[in-house]
Design a protein around this ligand. Structure first.
Ligand SMILES: Nc1ncnc2c1ncn2[C@@H]1O[C@H](COP(=O)(O)OP(=O)(O)OP(=O)(O)O)[C@@H](O)[C@H]1O
Ligand SMILES: [Mg+2]
Length: 209
């Protein structure tokens, strides 16, 4: 089932053209890896898919079933509040998840759910883990992960790789953006963003579907 269709999407900020004629179709069960250098427009593309900013022109169609989960750039949290308060607050908006689900994700990523520290005191990796958790904790079926490996230690990286594989098995779609061509995450398609254009990279010897 097609979850996302982007057709001829462009994005400009003033007279700066960031995305040019970007088209992309994402099916359930696909893991899309988008790579591109700093400033190539990866986060901009994810923000358009998430509906955080509008495209300048073109179409972005989401299937009616789509619930989007997103970790884009620095995830916004209630900085003075704890992990538990933040995640339960986010969960209270949609009422689609149980505390036990959130707790078990925290445990998987070795975060102490009951920790009294304010999120603003979290390390880069701890914050990234919290960002990953909120992007998946409601069973979202279109999960956008912008540089999700940032700051993660070995154990967390391996949990992330497992988590993405599980989501894929549940027929969810995951889009991972990274400035790095290498990712430990197994993907089904690799696209490169360069000069505002998104092109699929095929026949890649090192791809790991
Ligand atoms: N709100 C904005 N207003 C003006 N320009 C913007 C805005 N957001 C992004 N840009 C510009 O768009 C371009 C692409 O930015 P974007 O953050 O999408 O790149 P990126 O590929 O995610 O880079 P990085 O690897 O550094 O995260 C950059 O030139 C950036 O300055
Ligand atoms: Mg970015």
């Amino acid at each position: 089932m097609v979850l996302l269709t982007m057709t001829h999407v462009t994005k400009s900020f003033g007279n700066q053209h960031i995305l040019t004629d970007v088209s992309l179709t994402v099916n359930g069960g696909e893991v899309i890896h988008i790579t591109g250098g700093n400033g190539s427009g990866k986060s901009t593309l994810l923000k358009i898919i998430a509906g955080i900013i509008p495209a300048t022109s073109g179409e972005v169609d989401l299937d009616d079933s789509v619930q989007t989960g997103a970790l884009i750039e620095n995830p916004g949290f209630l900085e003075g509040e704890t992990l538990k308060t933040n995640l339960t607050f986010l969960a209270s908006i949609n009422h689609r998840t149980e505390v036990s689900t959130i707790q078990s994700l925290a445990t998987r990523f070795d975060l102490d759910y009951q920790n009294h520290q304010a999120i603003r005191k979290y390390s880069v990796g701890m914050r990234e883990k919290a960002g990953i958790i909120q992007a998946v904790m409601e069973g979202q079926n279109l999960v956008l992960l912008d540089e999700p490996t940032r700051g993660l230690d070995e154990a967390a990286l391996s949990e992330l790789v497992k988590l993405v594989a599980e989501l894929q098995q549940q027929n969810k779609s995951i889009i991972v953006a990274s400035h790095d061509n290498y990712t430990p995450i197994a993907y089904t398609a690799h696209y490169q963003l360069e000069g505002g254009r998104l092109s699929r990279i095929v026949n890649e010897p090192s791809s790991t579907p």
